[in-house]
Design a protein around this ligand. Sequence first.
Ligand SMILES: [Cu+2]
Length: 313
Amino acid sequence: MPAALRPDAHRAKPSRRRRPRSPLSSPRLCGQVSLLAVALLVSLMLAPDALANFITPKSGGSPNANEIDSLYKIVLYIAAVVFVLVEGALAYSLYKFRAKKGAVPAQIHGNTRLEIGWTVGAALILLVLTVVTFIKLPSIVDPPNSDSNGLVLSASVTEPTPPNGKKLTVCIQGRQYIWRYTYGTGCLSGAFTDKLPYSYQEMVVPEHTTVVLDIQSIDVIHSWWVPSLGGKVDAVPGYTTYTWFKAFHTGLFHGQCAQLCGTNHAAMTAFVKVVTPSQYQAWAQKQGQLITAANAQVTQLRQILTSEGNLGN
Ligand SMILES: [Cu+2]
């Protein structure tokens, strides 16, 4: 059939219209924009505080937190070197020994020296990490003495104890969904009989002072964690666990229950307010008075309600 008689002959041929070029379609401009983006990202990352504690633990509040941070960094740097070497060798090999589709790879048996080399190398890295960890562990686990300008309130040997035995003991009790803090020696057994001061959610402690924490739970497993002041420790029903910190300076440190403990777990925050030793003593005294006054009010109210027959005995 002649072309002019075909049924679709009347249709116009689609015209080839040139689409306007996007400004970014130029390879050179695209490269410049990418370079600028990378430079911006690198400059942001190099800003002093941009990466602070981003991939490393929080620190700076207590000696044990600093030791955990430095141990973490040693492991991180060694792992980074291993990562770069392995991935670099992989990328190099992929490029250098690339073959066309369908090619048969070289059938090699192995390289005994190389295999022994990387086995011994890995074992040496593990050995170094083990030695460094055991060197650092005592400074993370064992509490040091309070500084000379700190405050010392108790001396007992039932908990982790500084060399001179003097520290401030705070009992932490986890419950769904709040932390309770009781201050002073014997807080585990004589909190009520000794009328020790207590507070909820916010703990108040003196700076430069070794604070030993006795941690318990009355319902489910919680986990005490204020990152700037050290590692996290579980609060397990039926057990007492321990940790410590010695705050370098005054300030407010934030924490969070680190164990999923129920529907309102996210609200189980913790704050540690570090004050001067004299401020702490004044606070503890005031807190004791407030609690005594509140107890007296409750006793009075109970007597009134009971006498009116509104409260059973
Ligand atoms: Cu909890």
